[in-house]
Design a protein around this ligand. Structure first.
Ligand SMILES: Nc1ncnc2c1ncn2[C@@H]1O[C@H](COP(=O)(O)OP(=O)(O)OP(=O)(O)O)[C@@H](O)[C@H]1O
Ligand SMILES: [Mg+2]
Length: 365
């Protein structure tokens, strides 16, 4: 899918300093960093869902938090995040903070501050990984949903009630009067997650980061919540970054998939292309772990089993960061000397389908 990119992430690096002990300080050991996100580039188009998949700790949540600017500026070790706000928000940024305006109608997320930032924030929302922890237990549903509207000075009491009721209907919590006076503990898990989605939607965002929005829900509710998100994306033409561990789910909700490993995107392409024809050994192993996705595919890649622990994000290996686990494959056909010496970038093996693996290096004719 092409069109207008609402999010452009360019070579983003988010590093967190590792806390040093007194011994480290005395021995003058250098400051070490967790390379949570280590050079990530992607775009998300209007009306598109891009899935970010990969195992625990590979940097998915950090990427999402960076997009909605929940990462401290000092942890951004490189790159930039450009967002395309609506015309009126852009005009306002141009007026009050012209240095945060980047080329072609984009704003540079980490240059924004004060009122200009507030305006852009309104259009960028996030649904958090844990629906049980993300809602304040002392607030009624009405207060939870009304709060963002009050912060952004939208409407009077009556208008706000109308907006909140409408958004509850959108996430199929009806009739709204029944839910508005309740506290989060008086809802089921699925209903609570729908309130979390409603809160993200109440400001009518253009950009939504959804961090494993259904992983804590049971299967019957899951489909319902995903349906709501898909409908909204189509109706409101949002750009969604959808995070999941689950590749089978990714295929169902996403247009494209980005596979992350240790802070880097190792494969990027159309959802069907990636599931049916995975290129990177890591993706192949992930797909192999899905119970019987495509019998044909399974036969082809049956031998690939990932072994060993995730490599440390503090002391990254030289060369390809997946190599220490790639060598551990049974009958590995992939390894070549170059893997140890140089880190591969994303290589376009098929139109729109990229993999960061030396196997796909184009040979000169
Ligand atoms: N505020 C922080 N300070 C220090 N390290 C952090 C911080 N936030 C995340 N990390 C580290 O960054 C790495 C990436 O974490 P992140 O939460 O982005 O992973 P994830 O892919 O979302 O994992 P999961 O699937 O378990 O949610 C991890 O090693 C984590 O420990
Ligand atoms: Mg996470």
């Amino acid at each position: 899918m092409k069109g207008e990119a609402l999010i452009r992430v360019e070579d983003l690096k988010v590093w967190f300093p590792v806390r040093r002990s007194i011994v480290d300080l005395l021995a003058r050991r250098p400051q070490l960093y967790v390379h949570a996100v280590d050079g990530v580039t992607f775009e998300i188009y209007r009306g598109e869902t891009l899935c970010l998949v990969g195992e625990s700790g590979c940097g998915k949540t950090t990427t999402a938090r960076a997009i909605v600017r929940l990462i401290d500026k000092e942890n951004i070790a490189g790159g930039r995040i450009l967002l395309k706000p609506s015309e009126d928000v852009l005009e306002e940024v141009k007026k009050i903070q012209p240095d945060a305006v980047a080329e072609e109608g984009y704003v540079d997320m980490y240059k924004l501050k004060g009122k200009a930032l507030l305006g852009v924030r309104r259009e960028t929302q996030m649904i958090f990984q844990d629906p049980f922890a993300s809602l304040n237990p002392r607030f009624r549903i009405l207060d939870i949903l009304e709060e963002p509207l009050i912060v952004h000075k939208i409407g009077d009491k009556e208008e706000r009630l109308e907006i909140v009721s409408k958004v509850l209907e959108t996430v199929k919590l009806t009739p709204p009067e029944e839910f508005l006076p309740r506290f989060p503990h008086q809802l089921s898990g699925g209903q609570r997650q729908r309130v979390a989605i409603a809160r993200a939607l109440v400001l009518n965002p253009k950009i939504l980061a959804a961090d494993e929005p259904v992983s804590m829900l049971d299967v019957s509710i899951r489909a319902e919540v995903l349906e709501v998100l898909n409908e909204l994306r189509d109706k409101m033409k949002m750009a969604i970054l959808f995070i999941t561990h689950d590749l089978a789910l990714a295929r169902y909700v996403c247009d494209r998939i980005a596979v992350m490993y240790l802070g880097k995107i190792v494969e990027l392409g159309g959802a069907d292309d990636i599931i049916q024809n995975p290129l990177h050994p890591y993706t192949q192993a992930l797909i192999n772990a899905i119970p019987e996705p495509e019998p044909e595919n399974r036969k082809k890649i049956r031998k690939l089993r990932i072994k060993g622990e995730v490599t440390s994000a503090v002391n990254l290996p030289k060369g390809c960061r997946f190599r220490p686990r790639c060598v551990a494959y049974d009958e590995n056909p992939h390894i070549q000397p170059r893997c140890e010496a140089e880190e591969p970038g994303l290589i376009e093996e098929r139109p729109g389908h990229y993999a960061a693996c030396w196997l796909y290096e184009k040979r000169s004719p």
